[in-house]
Design a protein around this ligand. Structure first.
Ligand SMILES: [Fe+2]
Ligand SMILES: [Fe+2]
Length: 185
């Protein structure tokens, strides 16, 4: 949206608009795919612990997010990112690796990832402006759920994780890099 004129930056019939939407669906599909793997990695380590029902609930919501983008990939004939096999392994490793540092570190990972995803969805919502109202609704709904996940992480002691600032800084950078790559490859 152009703040001064209130018009979308790109018009729906414009070929570059199509490219923009394709890129959004591709990166969001990758992100939700990675999110499921992060929570699966956490559950591999913490699946019998006190946080398991909470993590399982978030994983279930991520599966719905992933399924929604899998359908959009097909309906809009978008090429998925070639990096899915990487996110399959890296997402799981991030989830399991932080969980091995402890339950608070797993929650700190959740906080860091979901903060970046919140910003990411907010940027996409802004970029769509008044175009693609159905897609925008999806982004808005999922963004709310990602914020719930961030709050869940904070409520479950994320900030008590060892080296909280360093850990979340590293996870945020890794998440931003994954987004950048998935938009392009
Ligand atoms: Fe999600
Ligand atoms: Fe999430």
């Amino acid at each position: 949206m152009n703040a001064a004129t209130g018009t979308p930056r790109r018009l729906p019939g414009d070929p570059s608009h199509r490219q923009t939407v394709d890129r959004m669906v591709r990166v969001d599909h990758a992100g939700e795919y990675g999110a499921v793997r992060i929570y699966e990695g956490q559950l591999a380590v913490l699946g019998r612990g006190p946080d398991a029902p909470t993590i399982r609930h978030m994983a279930e919501q991520e599966r719905v997010h992933r399924a929604t983008f899998e359908k959009l990939i097909v309906d809009k004939r978008v090429r998925p990112t070639a990096l899915l096999p990487i996110w399959h392994v890296a997402g799981f490793a991030l989830g399991a690796g932080t969980a091995l540092l402890g339950r608070e570190a797993a929650m700190a990972c959740t906080v860091a990832v979901e903060e970046v995803i919140d910003e990411h969805y907010a940027g996409q919502i802004d970029e769509l402006g008044e175009s693609e109202p159905e897609l925008r609704q999806v982004f808005e709904k999922f963004r709310e759920e990602e914020l719930e996940h961030r709050d869940t992480g904070l409520d479950h002691g994320a900030e008590r994780a060892p080296a909280y600032r360093t850990l979340t800084g590293a996870v945020r950078s890794a998440t931003r890099l994954a987004i950048w790559l998935s938009e392009r490859i």
